[in-house]
Design a protein around this ligand. Structure first.
Ligand code: 6R9
Length: 694
């Protein structure tokens, strides 16, 4: 495999059964079972009759055109958006690309020369077309009964006010603005206000710690931070402003000064007077944001940056994934429309937080570009109890629900009695994202939540891809539980072997993509070389996703989990190296190796092996201190589930940790440790096994 020698990407799943022991084990075992009795689920005649793409034949024709003539195909779609100036197609092309590292610098451009604005397309355009009174956001707070409705006109007003104020703070086109906010309506407002003025937003998920926040602010040298005093999540109060203050002092210590912090007061969580404050830097949002509702639009080039979003990779430093404007706009809107079979007037609810890519593409941009009504939920699915989601579905008559397998599994455990009493007739399409959906979660979602009448749209995609890549078009072909089915229009998946040879027909291997699509990320912020080596060098000529995949006899794709050092915990991507570096920063921890293991609810849990300073006993207090270190450096969601004290870690003679053995120990497959002949000190394994579970 032509990757750096440190890579642990060496083997893969063959026909669903793991031939190799280093593959992330997400849901694979259950998946294998379902492959044996592969059942097809067809859309109902009624669903099909009104579906936007209603047959395989219609898809096949569109798909053929999308890959044979991508310029013509995407130009037709893009002309449904507003462009202040049309893109340059003087050479008959609307895009240019090089995704083959052997031919030089990787470069992807779509609609270059075209001038547009995504906020204008997502909001103003609907208001100008007389749809200003349509509902844009149905906001549901953490406490039942706490609610707010924003029409498109209201949304526009809030965006313009904030956009104007950001301008008065000196924010200009191309400047980075950090956003650290919970799911209140002002979060999508903040994103859209940035895009309105051509500023580049960098949303940091509210669950990240002060350390992680400061790292992200410093990396993009944000001038301004938008935040909230605090938030209630279930019965917990999170004092975001305190975390912000700590993060900004870390930034300062590192030499980066942030000029202004705009704080949205969230009195239900923490009162104004109780919010820590730094004069001359902190500003209460409602006190300063003007009332005027006019705010000129900054027309930007299609290839001007829209946002940065940091994601985990296989090394410690998070990667700043950069998306640009035009291609992302066209791609998120189009994927949203067809994969969810969106109709005007539909009420749509995506449970993701705007801190992740799903919240960017499918809470904010994709739905608003389609003029949809979006439910934005501040709370958690189990508060006050496990019926909360279904109460929201009933209350707002949600038509399209988009959530993650981890949430489905968590709710499923509470039992059907929390779901069945609530009306779910409004539901038409159920979406899934974040990890492979295991068959039992699929069945529960389909049978109990959807009463067997809603297709399950299992969307495979990534922060890097901007939008859906492999997804059912629910009216066009039958589903197989656990398979994301077929590529979206314009997407050309390829499954390759270790040597990078593309495999044909039924096969298993590494999932790559040939050629670009409009929503593709263009670079890693100030790290174009890392972009090339991470994504385009492992298999030359392709974009490499980091996922393993199988294609069955019908051409359906089955994602089998990450094949690199990224684990997927409750749908959150976490680099094992990030957790390891947090653990070893503890003065008593000398070495750490982190692996994923199968977890009933989270998909994968975090299992950390640690070695300590000679003579230091592994106590419960130390275990807690190590967990706290990870919480402080990354965030609570990255805290290890299990910490296993290891007097020594299994290593090769060249000193590399043999993680595949650790994965086996973590998953208690002690009889099947694989080849241990390259171990430098075989006795280490005996010691580790003796300590299993302690
Ligand atoms: C959108 C998002 C991306 C990784 C990806 C893969 C996993 C996402 C999936 C899925 C199987 C699906 N993943 N959707 N695996 N089936 N439907 O989650 O982006 O946070 O960047 O994670 O998530 O492993 O590589 P991101």
């Amino acid at each position: 495999l032509p990757v750096s020698s440190g890579s642990r990407m060496v083997s893969l799943v063959v026909n669903g059964a793991s031939s190799a022991d280093n593959l992330a084990p997400t849901a694979v075992s259950e998946q294998v079972k379902s492959v044996a009795n592969e059942e097809l689920f067809y859309p109902s005649d009624e669903f099909r009759a009104s579906a936007l793409i209603s047959s395989r034949e219609q898809y096949d024709n569109l798909y053929k055109r999308s890959v044979e003539d991508p310029d013509g195909f995407w130009a037709d779609i893009a002309s449904n958006f507003f462009w202040k100036t049309k893109w340059d197609d003087s050479n008959g092309k609307i895009h240019s690309e090089n995704v083959d590292i052997r031919k030089g610098r990787i470069n992807i451009e779509w609609f270059k020369g075209g001038k547009t604005n995504i906020c204008y397309n997502a909001v103003d355009r609907h208001v100008e077309a007389g749809r200003g009174d349509d509902i844009a956001i149905l906001w549901e707070g953490n406490e039942p009964g706490d609610e707010k409705t924003l029409t498109y006109k209201d949304l526009l007003g809030s965006i313009c006010q904030l956009a104007n104020y950001l301008r008065t703070l000196g924010v200009r086109k191309g400047d980075a603005v950090a956003i650290y906010m919970p799911m209140i309506t002002d979060l999508p407002v903040a994103m859209l206000a940035c895009s309105r003025i051509g500023a580049v937003h960098s949303v940091v998920f509210g669950g990240f710690s002060a350390d992680a926040l400061s790292q992200r602010i410093t990396d993009c040298r944000a001038k301004v931070l938008l935040t909230t005093s605090g938030v209630c999540r279930g019965s917990k109060v999170i004092k975001l402003k305190e975390i912000v203050d700590e993060a900004l002092s870390l930034c300062l210590a590192g030499g980066h000064t942030l000029e202004s912090v705009l704080v949205f007061p969230n009195d239900s969580a923490i009162k104004r007077q109780d919010t820590p404050w730094i004069a001359n830097r902190d500003i209460w949002w409602p006190d300063v944001v003007p009332d005027s509702i006019e705010s000129p639009i900054e027309w930007v080039d299609a290839e001007d940056p829209l946002f940065l979003l940091y994601t985990s990779g296989s090394t410690g430093k998070p990667k700043g994934v950069l998306h640009t404007t035009g291609g992302y706009m066209v791609y998120t809107a189009t994927t949203f429309k067809y994969a969810f079979d969106y109709r005007k007037g539909d009420v749509y609810w995506c449970t993701a937080d705007c801190g992740w890519i799903t919240g960017h593409s499918y809470v904010t941009y994709g739905p608003f570009l389609n003029g949809a009504t979006v439910v934005v939920f501040e709370g958690v699915p189990t508060y006050p109890d496990a019926s909360r989601c279904w109460e929201i579905v009933e209350k707002y008559k949600v038509n399209i629900l988009y959530t993650a397998p981890t949430a489905i599994r968590a709710l499923m455990r509470f039992g059907d009695q929390f779901v069945k009493p609530l009306a779910r007739k409004s539901l038409r399409v159920l979406g899934s994202v974040g990890e492979p959906i295991n068959p039992s979660a699929w069945s529960w979602y389909y049978e109990v939540v959807g009463d067997r009448h809603c297709p399950i749209v299992d969307t495979w995609w990534q922060t890097e891809t901007g939008g859906f890549m492999i997804t059912p078009l629910p009216g066009a072909w039958p589903l197989k539980p656990g398979s994301a089915t077929l590529p979206f229009l314009g997407v050309q998946p390829a499954i390759v072997d270790e040597k990078g040879n593309e495999l044909e027909g039924e096969c298993s291997g590494y999932l790559c993509i040939k050629a670009s699509w409009p929503g593709a990320f263009r670079t890693l912020y100030e790290a174009h070389e890392r972009y090339e080596t991470t994504y385009f060098s492992p298999f030359q000529g392709y974009y490499f996703s980091g996922d393993g995949c199988r294609r069955d006899k019908d051409g359906y794709y089955w994602l089998t989990g990450r094949v690199d050092d990224v684990i997927n915990v409750s749908g959150h991507r976490i680099g094992t190296a990030e957790v390891e570096s947090a653990l070893v920063s503890h003065p008593l921890c000398t070495e750490a190796a982190v692996v994923g293991y199968e977890h009933e609810v989270k998909g994968q849990g975090i299992y950390a092996f640690v070695t300590l300073l000679e003579g230091v006993p592994f106590t419960d207090k130390l275990r807690k201190a190590l967990i706290l270190t990870v919480r402080e450096q990354i965030g609570a969601f990255a805290a290890p589930d299990i910490i296993h004290w290891a007097p020594g870690l299994p290593k090769t003679r060249s000193g590399k940790i043999m993680r595949r053995i650790l994965r086996k120990i973590a998953s208690k497959q002690l009889d099947d440790l694989g080849d241990t002949s390259t171990l430098a000190e075989p006795a280490v394994i005996e010691q580790l096994i003796a300590l299993t579970g302690k």
